[in-house]
Write a protein that binds this ligand. Structure first.
Ligand code: SAM
Ligand code: ZN
Length: 324
């Protein structure tokens, strides 16, 4: 879905009206507010905030089809095969790997991200006509509220100054009876949190090129057997089998200004208070008794809390549950 196809879904964040298209801008048909369109992407934000993400997603090739489908299913609780024909929002799409999974499964997808990562996402999905991207803040999405059958957000909201305000704003995009799945960083043991805060206090101030060089060391450590399963309980670095993913994941951890860690109870309570039913905690992607024990002790740095729920239909009884 190239830009003209997404135009009817866009709504002015100030007055809620639709947009018209004029040369290289979209213009609100009511209040005349206008935004640039470049590279087939409407740009409601620029790249100054969350710039590290634009840098990492545009630089590293980290999409792997089979792995991304499996991770999508584990972190949303939805099989890609169940998405055909549904309207799906990827909230914080980054380089677009999960938007691609959904669009290849036949969903009609909108991916939104604050950063220039949407350029990589557009490129990654250039062979698909049923996906479009917008560069926008999730707290002020230029989209019609309650218009998506399924909304998911993987590893995103904890990078805002206020995780819950992003959660609530994105929740409003789910139609009554639609499904919402959110994955956030898990709160670890106090000593891990302290050490991580102290480290990130330094790394988030570093020049990104210098930090990337450190992350290359992290990528090397993550490739060493045994070390990558032990030392990373103390200091986080990625143990992904692919070196480029390891460097990207490690940069992803140490560069962003905000990185909040949450508990399952906290995330479940947000679903409850936003009017979601059938709220369920999703199990971690990896299996095994030892893994499960370490996970449940909150010892795994970079692991998540993962919850899914269905928006109550009581506010609008005309919409049926698609059964996703
Ligand atoms: C760790 S990346 C995850 C990207 C993607 N979900 C994935 O897993 O491949 C987090 C993304 O969230 C985006 N993000 C964080 N806060 C945001 C906000 N308030 N509005 C829009 N995007 C946001 C960042 O720009 C970044 O690309
Ligand atoms: Zn307007």
């Amino acid at each position: 879905m190239i830009f003209p196809a997404v135009l009817p879904s866009l709504r002015c964040v100030t007055c809620g009206s639709t947009f018209g298209f004029e040369t290289d801008r979209i213009v609100c048909q009511k209040c005349q507010l206008s935004y640039p369109v470049s590279g087939d992407i409407p740009r409601f934000t620029d790249d100054r905030h969350l710039a590290s993400f634009g840098r990492q997603w545009n630089k590293y090739e980290v999409a792997h089809d089979d792995e991304d489908r499996a991770t999508f299913q584990a972190k949303t609780g939805i099989a890609p095969g169940d998405l055909k024909g549904l309207r799906v929002l990827d909230a914080g799409c980054g380089g677009g790997r999960y938007s691609k999974v959904c669009a290849e499964a036949g969903a009609i997808v909108v991916g939104a991200d604050h950063s220039s990562a949407v350029e990589k996402a557009t490129q990654l999905c250039s062979h698909l006509s049923n996906v479009a991207f917008v560069q926008a803040d999730l707290k002020h999405l230029p989209l019609e509220p309650a218009s998506f059958d399924f909304v998911f957000s993987i590893g995103v909201m904890h990078h805002d100054a206020d995780t819950k305000s992003v959660f609530d704003a994105v929740a409003r995009m789910v139609r009554p009876g639609g499904r919402y799945s959110v994955w956030l960083y898990r709160r670890n043991q106090w000593w891990q949190e302290r050490l991580n805060d102290a480290l990130r206090n330094r790394t988030t101030r570093m020049d990104p090129t210098r930090l990337e060089r450190w992350c290359e060391w992290g990528g090397w450590l993550g490739g060493l057997p045994v070390i990558n399963k032990t030392l990373n309980k103390i200091v986080n670095f990625s143990a992904h089998p692919n070196r480029e993913n390891r460097i990207c994941d490690t940069f992803d951890w140490y560069a962003p200004q905000f990185q909040y860690h949450h508990t399952e109870a906290e995330l479940q309570s947000w679903f409850d208070s936003a009017g979601f039913n059938d709220v369920r905690v999703l199990p971690p992607e990896k299996q095994g008794q030892v893994y499960r024990w370490v996970y449940e002790q909150n010892l795994l740095i970079g692991s998540g809390v993962n919850v899914t729920g269905t928006r109550s239909t009581r506010t609008n009884s005309t919409v049926e549950n698609p059964g996703v």
